[in-house]
Design a protein around this ligand. Structure first.
Ligand SMILES: C[S@@+](CC[C@H](N)C(=O)[O-])C[C@H]1O[C@@H](n2cnc3c(N)ncnc32)[C@H](O)[C@@H]1O
Length: 463
């Protein structure tokens, strides 16, 4: 029993259900230090809804942010909108991909990954539990000349992950869908950084109604902790010697957080890798575990830990090159139109069913063999190829739309609502607002037919 459990007083008029919840929560916190008074504030804040924060692209400077915001203390690209009447998901800047909307708690893991720092050269990053891509998209924005593998074993979650990665406009990534243990047998000892944002009991989601009260039950916590251990064991095997592991969760149970870190540190070759700027959020004396709380930090709460692995490559699993090669099939011919749309012939492209994917020339050699989705160039409807929406959003890399049209605020709104716009060019053309890509039109005789996917359409307010 935790010290806190003995101090809980059920005589304060709380319902039996509330009292049960508080007892379970106190038990879940275990030895994590929190006073009885603070615990009352914590359990109340846990059930209230916290407003999402905004994560800006690194190239956007503070003076260029038009919304009323205050900075998130633990992540330099994070901001909280201070006006409750503003809807950040209904602005032109959001539609143009200037910021991503997510809980500020998620940015603790990003801070542990140093995703807001100048990128190290040629870094290989694996986000092991990546969907829907809130953290992966931030890692991709920070990739520089490195490469990201975003892995998500649950197939039905790949589409939102792919959409969020495409929204960054960066093509230096592949998406795989493997159990972490299988991924370890394919790419053991490869990565400089592995983020294991493991599936957890999700207690921080209670306030959003995205989790039931079972999240605090001992059975759920134990089930999640055991699953996470399997994932973490594989995560260590994916690291190169000297590589870094970041564990994160959105739960408060000690068994899923600090206890997992102690288990990891007990392994030969694993050491804490403190993040100095997170020192004030330290949750124990391990030197590498950090917590955010809903009653202290204006977010739903989260946990992150940062460790280094010095385990030699000998322990790591079979490298990618040791894998049996599949019999090479004759590659399908690429449509000639790609040259018209993108101006150059794609080098590392694959026709995969009804889509063409294309990786940067210097992507790792294993990327095609492992990917189930990735930077998409074109898709086929019947016999006709069309350029993919995500290819219109490219901000970097060789393959960007050759024709584009710059539009003003009102035309951008018209386009985002799904309507055609005036366009003096002919053929496929990227619509840009202040230089930022929004999507394609196919233009002829003065009109650009709108090719924005229905899911990307939005009603953007004025301002
Ligand atoms: C906490 S969520 C990840 C959130 C994501 N990192 C983000 O920031 O948007 C955990 C993810 O792990 C996936 N998952 C479930 N079982 C898994 C397993 N055995 N190994 C790896 N990932 C798993 C879930 O489908 C889910 O998408």
């Amino acid at each position: 029993m935790s010290a806190l459990e003995g101090t809980l007083d059920d005589s304060d008029g709380a319902s039996e259900a509330d009292a049960d919840l508080r007892r379970s929560l106190a038990a879940a916190l275990g030895t994590v230090a929190i006073s009885a008074e603070e615990f009352a504030a914590f359990s109340a804040a846990l059930l209230s809804r916290h407003r999402n924060a905004l994560r800006y692209r690194s190239e956007i400077d503070r003076p260029d942010i038009s919304l009323p915001v205050r900075p998130v203390d633990w992540y330099s690209l994070g901001y909280q909108c201070t006006d409750p009447d503003v809807r950040p998901s209904r602005t032109l800047d959001y539609a143009a991909g200037d910021y991503f909307i997510q809980d500020a708690g998620s940015m603790l893991a990003l801070a542990a990954c140093q995703a807001d720092a100048v990128p190290e050269r040629n870094r290989l990053i694996c986000d092991l539990c990546a969907a829907p891509g809130g953290k992966s998209s931030a890692l991709l924005e920070s990739i520089g000349d490195g490469f990201l593998l975003a892995n998500e074993p649950i197939k039905s979650r790949i589409a939102p992950l792919a959409y969020n990665l495409a929204r960054t406009g960066i093509d230096r990534y592949a998406i795989s869908s493997l159990d972490p243990e299988v991924l370890h047998t394919r790419l053991g000892g490869v990565f400089d950084l592995v983020l294991a944002d493991v599936p957890c009991s999700g207690q921080a989601l209670l306030g959003r109604g995205k989790q039931s009260l079972a999240a605090v039950s001992p059975a759920q916590i134990e089930h999640s902790a055991l699953r996470a251990r399997r994932i973490l064991a594989a995560a260590i095997g994916l690291l190169r010697p000297g590589g870094r592991l970041v564990l994160s969760t959105c739960t408060f149970a000690e068994a899923e957080n600090e206890s997992q870190v102690r288990w990891l540190l007990d392994k030969d070759g694993m050491a804490p890798e403190p993040i100095d700027r997170l020192a004030e959020y330290a949750s124990d004396d391990s030197g590498c575990s950090y917590r955010l709380w809903p009653h202290r930090h204006r977010c739903a709460g989260s946990f992150a830990a940062s460790l280094r692995s010095d385990i030699g490559a000998a322990v790591a699993a079979e490298p990618a090159s040791g894998k049996k090669r599949k019999r090479r099939e004759k590659p399908e011919r690429l449509p000639d139109e790609l040259g018209d749309w993108f101006g150059t012939a794609p080098q590392r492209s694959q026709v995969a069913g009804a889509v063409i994917r294309c990786l940067p020339e210097d992507a790792p050699s294993w990327a095609e063999s492992i990917s189930v989705a990735g930077p998409e160039l074109a898709y086929r409807t019947g016999q006709t190829w069309k350029p993919s929406h995500e290819a219109s959003l490219r901000r970097s890399g060789a393959l960007r739309g050759v024709q584009s049209i710059e539009v003003d605020d009102s035309t951008a709104r018209q386009y985002l609502s799904g309507q055609p716009i005036a366009c003096g060019q002919t053929g496929w053309c990227v619509v840009r607002h202040r230089g930022r890509p929004l999507g394609w039109v196919k233009a002829s005789r003065g009109t650009g037919k709108n090719h924005l996917p229905v899911a990307a359409r939005m009603d953007v307010g004025v301002g």
